[in-house]
Design a protein around this ligand. Structure first.
Ligand code: ATP
Ligand code: MG
Length: 269
């Protein structure tokens, strides 16, 4: 059985995050136990990326969402370390600029979607528009309430045009977030990463969990699935994300394109 199934939200399933254990580590005992698996997946991703680029039929869009300190940056650093930067890029979505706010919320997103042959990684995404925006009433409920359907329609357009979408929610517990924020306060090499706002956001933990539950429930589809990744253990999070990417790319049954000429007739002068 594919590992992806363990993490995937089933179509129609209502997500209750309390039911998803953030500390789960599958069949692995510890980090050492998972090390070879991660290494193999990273090597396999390199081969599959090469094929994706050569075939130029599909694009892969990886969406990373999670609470502050859930490990979005760490996942990119560790899991994507073997990818060729030639056909892969990361796009981070911060607070929208005035220009972005003058457009519909998907304008900046659509622009950043990977082209055929490419892998695009979204560090935060259009989901912020039903998460932070909802939690802080940045637009009226009437406006954000329509966005679930709009996101579904948008993702359908992408997948019908050969963009493979994998959406990861890095599920960390509230206790683990406290530990990580404390670490960041203490460690001068991490302190630069935090702002007082990150601590203030913790007060909204349950509002965020509710917003995530609704987004994961309403915007989950067979063609654009959500995966809930147990992310309290960084090493397991890395392995799980890499495993799902490998399984998804292998499922595409990609092939190298046939040359448009007869190689047997070529003489190298
Ligand atoms: P890191 O802290 O690791 O650098 P980050 O993604 O938290 O990464 P920040 O600059 O700290 O980066 O935060 C970006 C902020 O932008 C987040 O608080 C996020 O909620 C906010 N943001 C992203 N998209 C939107 C949006 N559409 N509307 C309002 N706020 C948004
Ligand atoms: Mg931040």
């Amino acid at each position: 059985m594919k590992w992806s199934k363990h993490f995937r939200v089933k179509p129609g399933q209502a997500v209750r995050l309390a039911d998803w254990d953030a500390t789960w580590t599958g069949s692995f005992k510890d980090k050492d136990d998972a090390r070879d698996g991660l290494r193999e997946n990273i090597a396999r991703m390199d081969e599959l990326q090469y094929l994706l680029y050569a075939q130029r039929k599909y694009a892969l869009l990886i969406v990373l969402q999670g609470m502050d300190a859930s490990g979005k940056d760490g996942t990119i650093r560790h899991v994507m370390s073997g990818l060729n930067p030639q056909s892969c890029y990361v796009q981070a979505f911060k607070e929208p600029t005035p220009e972005e706010l003058d457009h519909d919320f998907l304008w900046r997103i659509h622009h950043a979607v990977p082209g055929r042959g490419e892998i695009g990684i979204f560090n935060r995404s259009h989901y912020e528009d039903v998460l932070v925006v909802r939690v802080h009433d940045l637009v009226p409920r009437r406006v954000w309430g329509q966005r679930y359907d709009q996101i579904k329609a948008f993702e359908r357009i992408l997948t019908e045009n050969n963009v493979v979408i994998l959406k990861f929610f890095l599920n960390t517990s509230r206790d683990e977030q406290r530990v990580r924020l404390q670490d960041r306060l203490k460690d001068p090499t991490k302190r630069w990463k935090i702002s007082p706002a990150d601590f203030a956001e913790r007060k909204y933990w349950s509002a965020y969990q509710q917003a995530y539950e609704e987004a994961l429930t309403k915007c989950n589809a067979a063609h654009a699935p959500w995966f809930v990744i147990p992310a309290d253990h960084r090493w397991f999070r890395n392995w799980a994300v890499s495993q799902i990417i490998v399984e998804a790319l292998e499922g595409l049954k990609m092939k190298f394109p046939r040359p448009k000429f007869n190689a047997a007739h070529i003489r190298i002068p």
